[in-house]
Design a binder for this molecule. Structure first.
Ligand code: BDR
Ligand code: CA
Length: 312
């Protein structure tokens, strides 16, 4: 028996997913049960290969469960223009030796929810396709989840993939609507929170100089994305999934949050994938979204540095 918190991560690695996963690998308070993989930033074959490679680099042997290779209903554009064609900066790495599991990610979520009923911390860093499928297979799933934290949304409509929508929700709005319509409480780290928690490229480059294989690998896979981001957003870098992971693993470092009803739009030429928040409690709908507004920035940066093998 262990008193560590059982942790399951659903992810589409992805450059920022990788940083979040390194943070999770580094936690002594959590028992990482496995990585559930979805298509999103790039196709499923790549996101699965990337997860396995990152595990190898970090010396971690948790199971990797490939899941859905497309959104539930409509096809969607990936984010290879941000993360590279292969999702890891196209550095041409040698594939990992380990193979993925044969169990589907949605089934792994259900199985682990039974094995750790009431205790499981489930963190999603990608589109919600696997989780929505799991809920449809077994609608009692939400009763067995201890905490669910989702990286996704743009809670006042300042999107990153369209005017109003954030990538993870916009990639599969039907899945997001199922998840936000099924769970009574979902902690949300949205894109707008990410923009409030940037860190200086210069400082990050210093952390990447740590003499550790994780830092070296992350330096290589993130280089193109960092250059792209610097041209677009200036001297601060933003890592959406790392911020989500910090709030998931260390809720004591969340400073401000608000709980409201959140509705996912699935229609509209401008609104598909938007997350509409009932800030003024007009709907009478149950407030299922705990929206994380600010975290302790110094702790966030320290956790990233440690995840890359740096010593504080
Ligand atoms: C989210 O979209 C993806 O591109 C990132 O990996 C992150 O999960 C940010 O909107
Ligand atoms: Ca992601």
């Amino acid at each position: 028996m262990t008193d560590r918190i059982p942790l399951l991560i659903d992810t589409d690695p992805g450059v920022d997913d990788a940083l979040a996963l390194l943070m999770a690998f580094n936690s002594r308070q959590h028992e990482l049960l496995g990585l559930c993989i979805t298509a999103g930033n790039v196709g499923l074959d790549y996101t699965t290969a990337n997860a396995l490679k990152l595990c190898e680099v970090a010396g971690v042997t948790v199971p990797v469960y490939p899941g859905c290779d497309r959104p539930l209903v409509f096809a969607a554009e990936d984010a290879s223009y941000v993360h590279g064609r292969d999702g890891f900066g196209d550095i041409g790495y040698e594939p990992a030796q380990r193979r993925p599991e044969s169990e589907h990610a949605a089934l792994a979520i259900l199985r682990e929810s039974h094995a750790h009923a009431g205790q499981l911390l489930l963190v999603t860093l990608g589109p919600l396709t696997n989780l929505a499928l799991a809920v449809r297979l077994d609608p009692t799933l939400p009763e067995r989840i201890g905490r669910l934290l989702v990286m996704g949304g743009a809670v006042t409509g300042k999107g990153n993939t369209s005017i109003a929508a954030e990538f993870n929700i916009a990639f599969d709005p039907e899945a997001a609507a199922i998840v936000f319509g099924s769970f009574p409480r979902i902690e949300v780290v949205d894109w707008e929170a990410v923009l409030r928690h940037g860190f200086l490229h210069k400082r990050f480059e210093a952390w990447l100089a740590a003499e550790d294989p994780r830092a070296g690998f992350y330096d290589r896979i993130s280089r193109k994305t960092r250059q792209w981001a610097e041209g677009k957003r200036g001297e601060y870098w933003h890592s959406a999934d790392a911020l989500a992971m910090m709030a998931a693993l260390y809720p004591e470092h969340v400073i401000e949050k608000e709980r409201h009803y959140l509705h996912v739009e699935t229609a509209g030429s401008q609104s598909r994938g938007a997350t509409v928040v009932d800030w003024l409690e007009r709907s009478g709908q149950p407030a299922q979204a705990e929206i994380i507004l600010t975290v302790n920035q110094a702790r966030f940066e320290a956790l990233i540095q440690e995840a890359l093998g740096g010593h504080i």
